[in-house]
Ligand binder design. Sequence first.
Ligand code: C2E
Ligand code: MG
Ligand code: MG
Ligand code: MG
Length: 281
Amino acid sequence: LKRAKATGAVRFYEPNQARAARRRFSIETELRRAIEGRELELAFQPLIDLKTGGVSGFEALARWNNGRRGAISPVEFIPVAEESGLIVPLGRWALEEAIETLAGWDRKVGRTLPLSVSVNLSPIQVARDDVASCVASALAASGLGGERLTLELTESAIIQDPRRATQVLEDLKGLSARVAMDDFGTGYTSLAYLQRLPIDVLKIDRSFVSAMLGDGDSIAIVRAILSLADALGMDTTAEGIDSPELAKALTRLGCTHGQGFYFARPLPPEAVLDYWLARSA
Ligand code: C2E
Ligand code: MG
Ligand code: MG
Ligand code: MG
């Protein structure tokens, strides 16, 4: 398949396409080096309990500052990592780093903080890696309890191989970790899976949230997701809350948690405790 694609690119030569292919290829090479050299970092975006206004945890988001090109967005490098298989070592690193960082905050404060950390899992990790044993050994190495960890999966992780995904989710539940369905509403999960799988949180995709104010259809979708989650006993996190109006509207609709630039952008790890202290005061 790769060969056929390459031939096609030569036959129907297009400068833009060739440039994009070259960039993709060098990003792959540089990303491999960055993972090995531990050049990636995690940023932590607060997850807010909309009832109390307090911080309930942080989502760990990969950051890559490539010396030559500057910051490269995960929107660009995660797909490259997935196509090349590099997502397996990258995902393991993110998991270990997030868990170890939360354990470090506990140590710094001298007690178990009432905070959890959420880590994204790619469908490729679910398909190819032994995610549950990675989680188990990272938890054991840090001394952190499984209930402090949430794994965020997208709908595609489930529909690609429902049996395997079910097993992984059940193993994760066995470790007391929580499971969130990320970007909910953009995929093709059947409602039967939602009912059957041990999912704790539905994260409402940013596209519905940001279109909510002034768009009746998006409000209707958000309402439907909220009542579905409520009926199934799941929490809800609205992504992309970037204004006080959105925060208010979602709280009124009964959404339990929120995340977005209105509360905070993803923070470097060294800024997290100060943010948490200021917000809890
Ligand atoms: P996601 O898991 O849905 O993460 C939320 C994304 O929304 C983050 O983008 C965050 O910065 C952005 N965001 C949060 N609030 C707002 C807001 O109010 N407005 C706007 N415009 N954006 C907001 P980011 O960090 O660029 O990450 C993009 C995606 O890359 C993530 O989407 C996730 O799918 C993926 N990703 C990031 N880190 C990892 C990782 O370690 N592993 C895997 N598998 N995927 C990752
Ligand atoms: Mg996520
Ligand atoms: Mg998301
Ligand atoms: Mg998203």
